[in-house]
Design a binder for this molecule. Structure first.
Ligand code: VGL
Ligand code: ZN
Length: 211
């Protein structure tokens, strides 16, 4: 697999303080992906890292909806989705990369979820399914047809990013032990991995990447 990696791009999804223990939308053991990602990120010829990067009072926050609690379903300007605790507010500590993440190999940082009215789970398209983030053109323009994915959350932003990448014609690998999920309801992570595999992603482990 090593030769493949040299010609592939790595997409690190939302490895941010708020998604790790102590953060406002903490994913259990979210920080455990950090040393795993650090063990292979330098092997890729191109690395993109995404950051969830919401303005204050973002439409996806439960606090923006009177009478709604985090993790309930709600209407975000016409799109029904999960409402979240306030998280990853632009410029705050919670929106920073986890301090242990090796940022040296990162060539491009993509901010998403910046529009107050539309959430963006996928790194490629906002939740309206049509507003592009530009990542498709960046990666295709650079000549990358194979992408490896890791990060947080397996069943939310990693999931939607992988499905979009497959739809866009990329060859996709999911590095399963370099991802952690919200898992609400329980079983969501398992189901998400199964879906990604069924749609064409190859599920691999970090030990497959190291020399
Ligand atoms: C995410 C929930 C809300 C994620 C972002 O990065 O998976 N999850 N916003
Ligand atoms: Zn978010």
């Amino acid at each position: 697999m090593m030769e493949e990696i040299g010609r592939s791009a790595l997409v690190i999804v939302d490895v941010q303080v708020d998604f790790c223990p102590g953060g406002s939308l903490a994913v259990a053991e979210g920080d455990s992906v950090v040393p795993v990602i650090n063990s292979f990120s330098h092997l890729f010829s191109y690395v993109v890292a995404t950051r969830d990067w919401h303005p204050e009072k973002h439409g996806s926050f439960a606090s923006s909806h009177a009478g709604k609690l985090p993790f309930e379903q709600g209407d975000v300007y016409g799109i029904t989705q999960t409402l979240w605790p306030d998280h990853c507010v632009q410029g705050t500590r919670g929106a920073e990369f986890h301090p242990g993440l090796n940022q040296k190999p990162i060539r491009c940082i993509l901010h998403k979820g910046t529009n107050h009215r539309v959430d963006s789970y996928s790194a490629f398209f906002e939740n309206d399914k049509k507003t592009s983030t530009g990542l498709e053109y960046l990666l295709k323009g650079l000549g990358y047809s194979t992408l490896f994915f890791c990060g947080i959350a397996t069943d939310v932003c990693v999931y939607y990013s992988v499905l979009d990448a497959l739809r866009l014609g990329f060859r996709v690998f999911l590095i399963e032990d370099a991802c952690k999920g919200v898992d609400l309801p329980p079983g969501s992570v398992k189901k998400a991995v199964k879906d990604m595999e069924r749609e064409g992603a190859s599920i691999v482990r970090s030990s497959d990447l190291r020399v």
